[in-house]
Design a protein around this ligand. Structure first.
Ligand code: UDP
Length: 195
């Protein structure tokens, strides 16, 4: 794993292909691995938010989802070559899930959005099982139940769409309580899948 610092924030020097390779390593592991896809705005925000910086430093894969990050890296000469979007990486992961009959859990979005996204994902990738869905407007006291629901669902992968940086902080806070192999922050991708 090779990382570069953009304005003090670590970002993996990866292409979409390399990010997908890392994901494939995670899915066979034993712990919950975290994927984050910061854009330029989030990298800027992390400079003034030590807890967000810590979350990104602890993530297992940090893909540069912002063209501004690539430009900054070019100016610094630090070697990021291409933008890797969360949308594209999620699509590759869904293809993998279809090929390997994996189960996913969709957490986030307004009520009904995750369920609709799940329906559309299964229409395109018929071998994926939607282990569970849950909207992203819950109270802190609901979290233990949500974690139990995710773990009981036997999902392999959790996609979290609570908006950035809330979703990144949420995954970081609960990673040790999660039995999924991979948790990925996907922001508005769930809305895109819901159509
Ligand atoms: N969202 C959520 N709970 C929240 C805040 C946001 O589920 O408390 C969802 C929102 O409905 C949307 C997704 O998170 O589906 C992305 O939100 P937003 O567009 O604000 O974030 P971004 O895409 O900029 O990360």
């Amino acid at each position: 794993r090779k990382q570069v610092r953009i304005m003090g924030v670590p970002v993996d020097q990866v292409t979409l292909h390399g990010a997908y390779d890392s994901f494939q390593g995670f899915i066979d592991g034993s712990d919950c691995r975290i994927i984050v896809t910061p854009n330029t705005e989030i990298v800027m925000e992390a400079q003034n938010d030590p807890s967000l910086l810590n979350v990104i430093e602890d993530a297992d894969l940090v893909v540069p989802d912002g063209i501004g990050l690539i430009y900054a890296s070019k100016i610094q000469g630090t070697g990021l070559t291409e933008r890797v979007t969360g949308v594209d990486l999620m699509l590759k992961i869904l293809e993998y899930c279809h090929q390997h009959q994996k189960q996913i859990f969709l957490l986030g979005g307004k009520p009904g959005v995750a369920a609709k996204a799940g329906e559309n994902i299964v229409k395109k990738f018929s071998n994926i099982k939607i282990a569970g869905v849950r909207d992203g407007y819950f109270n802190p006291e609901d979290v233990p139940d949500i974690l139990e629901e995710i773990n009981n669902s036997r999902a392999d992968i959790l996609f979290v769409a609570l908006g950035a940086p809330k979703q990144e902080k949420w995954m970081h806070q609960y990673r040790n309580a999660l039995k999924v192999k991979v948790a990925m922050g996907v922001g508005g991708s769930v809305d895109i899948w819901a159509g």
